[in-house]
Design a protein around this ligand. Structure first.
Ligand code: UD1
Ligand code: CA
Length: 474
């Protein structure tokens, strides 16, 4: 059994109407002060925009439209074919962004509008909101929150009796209105029938000179219904990098919570960083200061860390990864990787492989039960099963122009400090003597020695001492 850290994906009950979702993602994101579009900044390893897309999926929408800025690179690619993009050439505000939806997509049923800078919103919350919207028959249902620090958000203005009156953006709010703690989350469910005509009535007479979507509550025909969110955290809108870090913290806690529910021991959630798309098997223990990122998957009964860094790697059951660095590596079961070792892309380690300390492996296949127990550089190499790679082995893969492969057979014993100059092959059951520079193939079952013969100079030490004394040195 594997616990997946990603957001839930349960289907809504069938009586709910199919919806159109519009995700607004075209903003300039000025407050991020970044060359990267705001909605592509990752939270727990996933671009913000994709968190909104995941939340939207919980509604099983008929269509999802994403309003994008044609000058922002990478947004389309990040969507990877999900949703249909609608272009907003000029960023004239959230109301203007929604107005870019063309007639063909202006459906009369429920229209859910999300801002792509709110990655903590849960699909479950959207389902609750949609149900409330259906029940109330309102023209628009707003998700609101009460925050200790409402700075930056649009405030919800109410009458004395609590009835909804208006949304006022912070820029346009009076000092008194700024004291209001209830805010607009930027999550709306409209009745399409009322929404589209009302959009035409928006004006840009405000401090920012923008067409605010929030102003629609003044001009839309019908009731405005509000639903408070349970957890204020969920509606965090990310405008700057401080808020990005805040979202990261909340998301990280959610991920480790969900993994712990799935039977993973996380000794110290505060110092464990696991991305959203990582899977970890039951009874695996993740020790402090470990980072598991990208699309990694870890089996059951493993012990990871402390101080492990694992990126885009697949690890089987019962593996032990000490403070090592793994990237795009694939490990079968019972593999042990010791401290300060580095597994670079294309490292494939079969069952029971043992890697010790300060070993570097790249683009290499290591057969079952083979040991690389000490410092070594195994690059572009295929090693058979049950072999032993001695301390200080280097497969010299680069001749300054091209890379070449080394082959080492089953049960081969590569002596300490062997340099294998690729391309070269060491046959099954062959030995290389310590300190050899191997430039020619070693046939199966033979020994290759390449080193000058040792000389013995008898009595040398005694003679040297005498000489030094005579010269008066100490
Ligand atoms: C908005 C709301 C505010 C609410 C807050 C919640 C308005 C006018 N204000 O403010 O009431 O409390 O969100 O987080 O809506 N975008 C476009 N095109 C544009 C402008 C924005 O697509 O021309 C997108 C942005 O990419 C972003 C979203 O709309 O994802 C919200 O825009 P942003 O500028 O962040 O609005 P806030 O000032 O945060
Ligand atoms: Ca925002």
């Amino acid at each position: 059994m594997r616990a997946n850290a990603s957001a839930g994906s349960k289907r809504p009950v069938s009586s709910e109407p199919r919806v159109t979702v519009v995700v607004l993602a075209a903003g300039k994101g000025v407050r991020m002060n970044s060359r990267t579009p705001k909605v592509l900044h990752p939270v727990a390893g996933r671009p913000m925009l994709l968190w909104s897309m995941a939340a939207a999926r919980a509604l099983d929408p008929e269509r999802t439209l994403v309003v994008t800025n044609p000058t922002q690179d990478g947004v389309q690619a990040a969507l990877n074919g999900e949703g249909q993009t609608v272009s907003q050439a000029k960023q004239l505000g959230t109301g203007h962004a929604l107005a870019q939806v063309t007639a063909a997509h202006r459906t009369v049923g429920p229209v859910v509008v999300l801002y792509a800078d709110a990655p903590l919103l849960r699909g479950e919350t959207l389902r609750v909101l949609l149900a409330a919207h259906g029940k109330s028959g309102a023209a628009v249902t707003l998700l609101t929150a009460k925050l200790d620090d409402p700075t930056g958000y649009g405030r919800i203005i109410r009458a004395r009796n609590g009835a909804f009156r208006d949304i006022v953006e912070e820029k346009d709010a009076s000092d008194e209105q700024r004291e209001i703690k209830e805010i607009n989350s930027g999550v709306y469910i409209f009745s399409g029938r009322e929404l589209w005509p009302a959009l035409l009535k928006l004006e840009n007479k405000n401090r920012a000179g923008e067409y605010y979507l929030t102003d629609i509550v003044r001009v839309i025909k019908g009731k405005v219904h509000t639903v408070p969110v349970d957890e204020g955290d969920e509606i965090l809108g990310i405008n700057d990098r401080r808020q990005l870090a805040q979202a990261e913290r909340v998301m990280r806690q959610r991920i480790v919570d969900s993994l712990m529910t799935g039977g993973v021991t996380i000794t110290d959630p505060a110092t464990t960083f696991i991305d959203a798309d990582v899977q970890v098997g039951r009874d695996t223990v993740v020790l402090p200061f470990s980072f598991i990122s990208g699309e990694s998957s870890i089996g059951e009964d493993c012990v990871i860390g402390p101080f492990a860094q694992i990126h885009d790697s697949i690890i089987g059951d019962s593996c032990r990864i000490e403070r090592a660095h793994l990237e795009k590596a694939t490990l079968a079961t019972n593999v042990h990787v010791g401290p300060f070792s580095r597994l670079r892309p294309g490292s494939v380690l079969d069952d029971g492989v043992r890697v010790g300390t300060h070993a570097e492996i790249k683009n290499s296949h290591i057969g079952a039960g083979t040991a690389i127990a000490h410092f070594s550089a195994v690059l572009d190499t295929d090693v058979g099963a049950g072999a032993n790679i001695g301390a200080g082995t280097i497969t010299a893969n680069f001749d300054g122009v091209d890379k070449h492969r080394t082959e080492i057979g089953d049960r081969a014993q590569v002596g300490s400090d062997t340099i294998l100059v690729a391309p070269v092959r060491v046959g099954d059951d062959a030995y290389t003597a310590a300190g050899s520079v191997i430039t020619a193939d070693v046939p199966a079952g033979s020994l290759a020695i390449e080193r000058s013969e040792q000389k013995i100079v008898p009595g040398w030490t005694e003679r040297r001492r005498g000489r030094r004394q005579r010269e008066g040195s100490t």
